[in-house]
Design a protein around this ligand. Structure first.
Ligand SMILES: [Zn+2]
Length: 481
């Protein structure tokens, strides 16, 4: 039996986080009544001229730099011609032979856990189409559909990978990493459920060891990485069985049907020449200087791979802990803020992964809305570290900071959490406990170390948990001699 190798390439569309559309000043906001964010330019009315949004160019450059691409000093726009009711001009302004970014890569773990570079062929800048709102549940069960052009001409980047992925797992790892990098770079909202990040899969099978690629099939309508993973596995199976039966794979576009868990034929795959690309005559070429590239590069924050490595080195944290922080940009940025004030990074990390994350989950909030200030958390951790309050009190203070928004110092004083670290104040309590527990004191003197734990517990109880445990231990040892 022939063994097959899967070959996967991915295409991502990411909506750029600009305030206005790519060639006009209409807003890009997601919500809004249908056809209220439109003007003669994005509706393609006769006689209008587009003006390129500079910020869209910069965000595309940023994406390219974050994905290790070369930025083209000279790029231009082309018209891709096709008719569909969501495309008012009957052509899409995009980039064909001269895209803004070329030749990048992302590093992902392969099946053996080694690092593998997945190459990026190109990133091009283009405009989004509008949306069709169907009268029924889906396009096939609707009597009519209405076009909404609010999304028409929202700036997009299309990121095209090389066919370097060999499994659904690698494709998902690529998608997860790409999404995270774009999020760190601040290029896109990357919300798959809202359509600001969309993914198409190109997949083919070939006999293992062969260098001749099989016929590829494109899968669309994947609105989560889970769907992508399932669709790839389904398609691997379908194509393998067809080849084994001696059937020919048809080059086509298929759609993922989440309900039935299968891909369905949508249309035969069009070729590039079907679109009759030609240069967009209304826009001048985009010229990017090295100075401009450096200015954009300086806006980029530290990216995930580098950040994970630094956290591991600086905090002595496990791979798992670092990955957990880095996977959520808002948490990673918050970590940096706290670390500017409080220098025990391992403690910060433990609190962020532990209690802070737990409280955010309980409050059903997003990490972007952490309801406490970085300097307040730093203050609280400092109080716990110096022994001014004990660890349990610190946890209770954090909880109240989340609930009431009060400052930690205020909560500590209101609830009397300040630890008793004054030895003269504690001596009385220690003395009383020794007197009341003569048997345990005798045991300790006779060499039973466990008696110390019991006596400490009694002192903590007598002081309602506010005694500094280290000091109690010290006093007990001294007074039991
Ligand atoms: Zn407009």
């Amino acid at each position: 039996m022939t063994e097959f190798q899967t070959v996967i390439g991915l295409e991502f569309h990411a909506e750029l986080k600009t305030k206005t559309k790519i060639f006009c000043s209409c807003p890009t906001t997601f919500a809004g009544e249908p056809n209220t964010h439109v003007c003669p330019v994005c509706l393609g009315l006769p006689g209008v001229l587009p003006v390129l949004n500079k910020r869209a160019v910069e965000l595309a450059m940023k994406a390219g730099l974050a994905l290790n691409c070369q930025i083209s000093p000279f790029s231009k726009f082309d018209r891709k011609n096709y008719f569909y009711p969501d495309l008012p001009k009957a052509y899409q302004v995009t980039q064909y032979p001269l895209p803004i970014c070329k030749s990048g890569y992302i590093t992902v773990p392969d099946a053996d856990g080694n690092e593998k570079n997945i190459r990026i062929n190109r990133i091009h800048l283009e405009e989004d189409a509008g949306k069709l709102v169907h009268s029924g549940e889906s396009i096939t069960t609707s009597n009519y559909s209405l076009p909404d052009y609010n999304r028409a001409a929202v700036p997009l980047i299309e990121i095209v990978s090389e066919p370097d992925m060999a499994s659904a797992e690698e494709a998902k790892a690529f998608g997860d990493k790409l999404k995270l990098i774009l999020e760190y770079a601040g290029v896109s909202d990357v919300k798959m459920e809202q359509g600001s990040l969309r993914c198409d899969v190109n997949i083919s099978l070939m006999p293992k060891g062969s260098d001749k690629l099989g016929t590829k099939v494109e899968i669309k309508n994947l609105n989560s990485f889970r769907a992508m993973h399932r669709a790839i596995q389904f398609e691997e199976d379908r194509q393998r069985r067809m080849i084994e039966r001696g059937e020919k794979i048809v080059q086509e576009t298929r759609t993922w049907d989440e309900g039935s868990g299968q891909t369905l034929s949508m249309r035969s795959k069009e070729n590039d020449h079907d679109y009759r690309y030609f240069p967009e005559p209304d826009l001048v070429p985009t010229v990017i200087t090295p100075e401009w590239i450096e200015a954009v590069r300086s806006e980029l924050p530290e990216l995930p791979d580098k950040r994970e490595k630094r956290l591991k080195e600086e905090c002595g944290l496990s791979y798992y802990d670092c990955a957990q922080i880095v996977a959520t940009p808002a948490l990673a940025f918050f970590f940096d803020e706290v670390a500017k004030i409080f220098d025990d990074k391992k403690t910060i990390a433990n609190w962020l992964i532990g209690d802070v994350s737990r409280l955010i989950n309980v409050a059903e909030k997003e990490y972007e809305q952490i309801p406490i200030a970085a300097d307040d958390l730093a203050y609280l951790l400092e109080q716990a570290k110096s022994g001014a309050i004990n660890n349990n009190s610190a946890k209770a203070v954090l909880e109240e900071m989340f609930a009431s928004g009060k400052k930690p110092a205020e909560i500590i004083s209101e609830r009397g959490f300040a630890q008793i670290s004054d030895s003269s104040a504690l001596e009385e309590a220690v003395k009383a406990v020794i007197e009341a527990n003569a048997k345990a004191a005798e045991d300790f003197r006779a060499g039973k170390q466990q008696a110390m734990g019991f006596l400490m517990g009694q002192v903590m109880k007598a002081t309602k948990g506010q005694a500094n445990p280290n000091l109690v231990k010290e006093l007990l040892a001294k007074m039991l001699k």
